[in-house]
Write a protein that binds this ligand. Sequence first.
Ligand SMILES: [Zn+2]
Length: 207
Amino acid sequence: MTEDFLSTAESLVAIAAGFHLRGWVLGTSGNLSAVISREPLRLAITPSGADKGALKSDQMLLIDEYAEVLGNTGGKPSDESLLHVSIAKERLAGAVMHTHSVWSTLLSEQHFDDGGLAIEGYEMLKGLAGVKTHEHREWLPILENSQDMCALAEQVARTVQQHPEAHGFLLRRHGLYTWGANIAEAKRHVEILEFLLETAGRARFRA
Ligand SMILES: [Zn+2]
């Protein structure tokens, strides 16, 4: 494994542990990835079924654009790896992060019939790349959940093409996907969007 992969793996493991502490990736849920090379496309990604609170960097996987594991680590990639590949390709994202928080789960059901969730008027929106004012209106598309990952990956590709201004999307009763130009930006987007989802959720449910 290259030094790039090893340092990237260590960064993602540290971030995963932090997300676990926040309750965003409990019970082995969620996954984090970062692009190691663009041509050919190679991603470092968390393995399937791993406790994000106890993940070690030597468990991290290197995958190609078909979500096939390269190297002989013994780990298996998450079924959702194809969604990471889709976003890395369509958005030219440097990192993709996926959480299963309580608020994203609740709100993705509440707003599913609207096709998405609008969040506007909050100062924290300025933490999203390119957003300069709290008056920004962020539209998070909501996709139906599915276990057919090839079909879902295609739908994800279409959704991020149709919403070029979006910083993330929700899967119904499932969770949040967001991304960034690099690992730091993707992590910031998770923190910002989870904050905004909790704020929107608490306002809606008076919790
Ligand atoms: Zn998931």
